[in-house]
Each structure stands twice: as C-alpha cells, then as structure tokens.
Design a protein around this ligand. Structure first.
Ligand code: 5GP
Length: 174
C-alpha cells in the first residue's frame, strides 16, 4: 500500500539540479564514464546526465543479490555488464539508494578490478541508519529515515517504478 510522499516532484528536480551542479564543478577535462546501476537508477540517471557536460559517456550495469546463499567473493551476481573500457578513466557509479551498502561496495569493487583512474559514487538516496558496510558517497541527493520507498525508479516487486514522486511503501494490513 502506498504511504505518504517522502520526496515531491519539485524536490526531486531541485535535488537533481544541485547534484548535477556539484558534479559539473568537479568534472575535469578528462574523460568520465557514468555507469547507472540498473534498474532503480533509470529516471535519476537520465535526468542527471542530461544536465552534465556533453563530453561524458554513459553505460549500465545490473546485478542481483545472492540472497541467503552468499557467494564467498561478495553478495551480488553480475546480470548485465558494462560495455565501456574504463581503464584509466574516471568512473561515476550512479545508484538509486544506498541501504546496507553491500551492493554498491561489491559493484565498486567489480569496477575497480578493471583499473579505472577513479571511482566515485553518486546516489539519489541514502539510509545511513541501515549501513552495514562503509560506502563513501561522493554526491548524495538526500538522506532518508529507515522506511521502504518506491517511485521515481524504485520498485516493490517490480511495480511502482513509474511513479513521479517518491512514496513510503507500507505492507498491507493483515
Ligand atoms: P544495499 O545493498 O545497500 O543494502 O541495498 C541496495 C539496493 O536495495 C538498492 O539498490 C535497492 O534496489 C534496494 N533497496 C534498498 N532500500 C530500498 C527502498 O527503500 N526501496 C526500494 N524500492 N529498494 C530499496
């Protein structure tokens, strides 16, 4: 069941513009690849990169959680790899939300293994109270409380991604 609106359309637009401004000030003249972590990043990613310098490249990666049967080398399985060669290039990983931090830590390690010049993390949302592993978020949209949210790319069982605003999602009453 959809709960209250956590971040309105206007707030999302302000957040994206502010984050894009921060990244543009930080981007040098060297080539940079923006890698969206599918699928939750989709709307944030497309809104963000359209406000960045035209010299950037875009790519996507998709991972899925191993769930209970955790793989010894990490907690995520690669579903769709990037096609760009990131060696000696600056990489920006763009994520919807950092919760425990395990997904992004593993994705960042996968990318670091390909010898980029740098890896920086951009996330629309963060739930700091849920963190289990430390993740250095270089560019952050907003911190939220420990609530499950949907909309603007974020799903519940693949639904609600297409909502224009970010809502709290409440389990159905018994
Ligand atoms: P982490 O590995 O940081 O615990 O989890 C990251 C992933 O869990 C996110 O990319 C997202 O797919 C999912 N996730 C975490 N919190 C939420 C939430 O509040 N709403 C939705 N829809 N997904 C979430």
């Amino acid at each position: 069941m959809l709960g209250k609106t956590i971040i309105t359309r206007d707030e999302i637009e302000r957040i994206v513009s502010r984050v894009a401004g921060e990244i543009n000030r930080d981007l040098g003249e060297e080539p940079a690849v923006f890698i969206g972590v599918l699928k939750g990043c989709i709307f944030f990613f497309t809104d963000l990169v359209r406000q960045l310098k035209p010299s950037i490249e875009v790519d996507f990666i998709q991972v899925s959680s191993y769930g209970a049967s955790t793989h010894s080398s990490g907690t995520v399985r690669l579903v769709k790899d990037i096609t760009a060669d990131v060696r000696d290039r600056h990489v920006f990983l763009v994520e919807d939300i950092v919760d425990t931090g395990t997904t992004l830590k593993d994705v960042a390690n996968m990318i670091r293994a390909r010898h980029p010049k740098s890896v920086r993390i951009v996330s629309l949302l963060s739930k700091p109270s849920r963190r289990k592993v430390e993740v250095d978020i270089a560019f952050l949209g907003a911190e939220i409380e420990d609530v499950f949210v949907v909309g603007y790319g974020l799903d519940c069982g693949e639904k609600f991604r297409n909502l224009d605003e970010i809502h709290e999602f409440l389990p159905d009453p018994e």
